[in-house]
Design a protein around this ligand. Structure first.
Ligand code: DP6
Length: 329
């Protein structure tokens, strides 16, 4: 009745933004990502017959019963309990080995690790696609962290969401890329990705036109990955990112995740590319910039990004493995 699993965060190269069903957490469109190694969430789930409610411990601190984070975990554990033949409460202990301030989606690695640990501890053995669909219920991006390397999240068309899961495209060994996360000084309080995407799809005239481009972008990005065509992948990734942010900015009121350093980084990356460096950027629901390059360009990219005043940290990651069990009994 106990299992420990770990999972890595992932960065979308074709973005997920918008839901077609909020209860089942079904996306409006698909997405495509790279799972990052070197950063991970480890989660232990223990079903206990001596506790009268679920307990959640995040980075050594017990979460308050009424908090949003506690509620999110408990709702997810309940989904797993519904599928299993026991009704014990769970003690969930989870820890990230990367700073949450890095703006790396800890909900992606978090719900991927929780899906695997909670089902294994309950004696459920799911196929990867079922595990991915389950992880999606916790957070859309978590569906992709079940796999290592490059993964495609499928939009699916069923109302019950059973065909809305991620599938692998190429393993982490396929392409020796690096992702440098340029952490920029935090601005105002962030709008969560869930809140940002809902406001965008409800009020932005640019949302549907952008969402209509996603399927084509996934085909183009998949071809670029298979051919290891860095320039082609960078083109589609920047286009997807800027289109997503443009649609968010056109919401009412506008959802703006960038700060001045974010914009400075965008221009710096483009200038470095004009100067011959192989490099592209992507940005999620926050002000930090994720810069991709082939492994051999890493030191040049680091020195370019390190010169920017508003950058407080550079975190380097490489393609990583999928979610895995550490221990179970
Ligand atoms: C901008 O997966 O955090 O990072 O499903 O509401 O939990 P929920 O959203 P989440 O959204 C991620 C948005 C993004 C793009 C991406 O990762 O594809």
């Amino acid at each position: 009745m106990e299992a420990t699993a770990f999972a890595h965060p992932n960065i979308a190269l074709v973005k997920y933004w918008g839901k077609r069903d909020t209860d089942l957490n079904l996306p409006v469109a698909g997405s495509l990502s790279l799972t990052l190694g070197g950063l991970s969430t480890t989660t232990r789930v223990r079903y206990r017959d001596d506790i009268s409610r679920d307990i959640v411990i995040l980075d050594g601190k017990e979460l308050r019963q009424g908090s949003r984070a506690y509620q999110r975990v408990v709702e997810f554990v309940q989904l797993v309990r519904n599928e299993s033949n026991h009704d014990y409460f769970a003690e969930v202990e989870t820890a990230n080995d990367f700073p949450t301030a890095a703006g790396l989606a800890s909900s992606a690695s978090g719900f991927a690790a929780l899906a695997l640990a909670a089902t294994s501890a309950a004696g459920l053995h799911l196929l990867d696609e079922q595990l991915s669909a389950l992880a999606r219920r916790g957070s859309g991006s978590a569906a992709r962290s079940i796999y290592g390397g490059f993964a495609e999240m499928r939009r699916g068309s069923r109302k019950d969401g059973h065909d809305a899961f991620a599938v692998p495209i190429a393993g982490p060994e396929h392409w020796d890329l690096r992702c440098v996360v340029a952490v920029t000084t935090q601005g105002e309080k962030d709008i969560s990705s869930t809140e940002g995407m809902l406001r965008t799809q409800e009020s932005s005239p640019l949302f549907t036109p952008w969402a209509d481009t996603v399927a084509g972008d996934i085909v183009e990005a998949t071809d670029a990955i298979k051919a290891r065509d860095f320039q082609a992948l960078g083109r589609v990734a920047e286009r997807s990112c800027l289109g997503m942010h443009a649609s968010a900015m056109a919401a009412d009121p506008g959802v703006i995740y960038w700060n001045p350093t974010t914009l400075e980084l965008i221009h710096r990356v483009r200038r470095a590319r004009r100067d011959g460096l192989q490099v592209f950027f992507t940005i999620d629901a926050g002000p930090h910039v994720k810069v991709f390059c082939p492994a051999r360009e890493l030191s040049a990219v680091r020195s370019v990004l390190g010169q920017i005043g508003g950058v407080s940290d550079l975190i380097v990651a490489r393609p990583g493995e999928g979610a895995a069990l550490v221990a179970a009994d």
